[in-house]
Design a protein around this ligand. Structure first.
Ligand code: PLP
Length: 375
């Protein structure tokens, strides 16, 4: 059996006719930049998320950058970010001359630790960039509450949890990324909602900031060749939008497939030696990743090798926390102040969970893992 970590081909073949037709329509129209599909897709995204404003852009990293730019924070202001995330979140903070301040994550949820967040706020803090890692929401209402207290902007990186649901303290269920000042997502092919290249989007209920972000993504133009502010060139291609229109239609059923796959893991994996992902009260899990934890780095690395030999791919997201990356080595960190992030980088392992896996493949993965711990 040859299992894939991600199988975009199986998905494409299942919806080939719709995708091909959509693509050919764009080719025929030659309306490649800011075409009708882009507008249509933004309208559909608004409906799906119930967000007042949606601005599509070139990728998920640009989405974070444009959002940060819109607030005009003074240079060297501090932006709090979790130290256990994808590099993009931190990169743009530094690129804009702002100072990333690393916050530890909770060992059980992989998301920003609320107490550590509060303890790292200073008079120079201007914003926080919470991440919804692996497919479920962080404690976003707590993040927002503390941020209001200290007058911080909240820019939520929802790249891995688009389509997930958050249960508010009031009991109301909403889509992730709709409570913060601004939230961002990515349509990179492997994400919950992925296109056939790069793409991203920004969501906000604030009309003023949304208008500014839309200008920033289009060279700071208010109208063609009238540039009000410094911007960037970051647009979603019409071709990608036409594909995303079709893929948005099947997003919820694809998430359901991921959840059913997770159920098979949970029912069949012998959990004496592994820690399964936590299911939260306040968020459902879209299982962008199915990430287990092992007891130590040696067991994790050996299990990964054993799986590879059995034809099962697995991935370590992420082997080095951001604060230990060479790119950030000039930022001084107190020893042991980010110990959960460091621990997780040594003990996490993500198993194949993509929507196109079948029961036979999943049971084979479970059996192989269980066997590993038997010998
Ligand atoms: C994928 C991802 C991004 C960036 O998305 P791109 O579209 O690849 O630029 C940002 N943050 C997180 C957490 C991601 O997983």
């Amino acid at each position: 059996m040859k299992i894939k970590f991600l199988d975009l081909r199986r998905e494409y073949l299942r919806i080939k006719k719709e995708i091909d037709d959509s693509l050919f329509n764009v080719l025929e129209s030659t309306d490649f930049i800011k075409g009708q599909s882009v507008t249509d897709f933004e309208t559909k995204l608004k409906k799906y998320t119930n967000s007042k404003n949606v601005i599509t852009c070139g990728n998920g990293t640009d989405a974070i950058q444009a959002s940060l730019m819109a607030f005009d924070f003074p240079r060297n202001s501090e932006v709090l970010i979790p130290s256990f995330t994808y590099i993009a979140t931190a990169e743009v903070v530094s690129l804009l001359g702002l100072k990333p301040v690393f916050v530890d994550v909770s060992i059980d949820t992989f998301n920003i630790d609320i107490n550590d967040f509060r303890s790292k706020i200073t008079s120079k803090s201007v914003a926080v960039l919470p991440v919804n890692l692996y497919g479920q929401s962080c404690e976003i209402e707590k993040v927002i509450e503390i941020s209001k207290e200290y007058n911080l902007k909240v820019i939520e990186d929802n790249a891995q949890s688009f389509g997930a649901e958050y249960k508010k303290l009031s009991g109301k269920i909403i889509k992730t990324g709709t409570l913060s000042d601004v939230s961002t997502t990515s349509f990179f092919p492997s994400k919950n909602l992925g296109c056939f290249g790069d793409g991203g989007a920004i969501f906000s209920n604030d009309d003023k900031i949304s208008e500014k972000i839309r200008m920033i993504c289009n060279h700071g133009q208010s109208k063609k060749y009238y540039h009000e502010i410094i911007g960037m060139n970051s647009r979603l291609d019409t071709i990608q939008a036409s594909i995303l229109l079709k893929k948005l239609k099947i997003l919820d059923s694809q998430i359901l497939r991921r959840q059913n796959n997770a159920k098979i893991y949970i029912e069949n994996l012998d959990n004496n030696n592994i820690t399964l992902p936590e299911v939260l009260q306040f968020s459902n899990h879209t299982y962008h990743q199915f990430t287990i934890r092992l007891k130590n780095v040696k067991i994790r690395n050996n299990l990964k090798l054993f799986l590879a030999k059995s034809g099962i791919p697995s991935v370590i997201y992420y082997p080095i926390p951001i604060h230990q990356q060479n790119a950030f080595k000039n930022i001084k960190i107190k020893k042991k102040s980010l110990s959960n992030s460091e621990n997780l980088s040594k003990t996490v392992l993500s198993l194949p969970i993509h929507p196109e896996l079948n029961v036979k493949e999943l049971k084979f993965i479970c059996k192989t893992i269980n066997n590993y711990f038997k010998v």
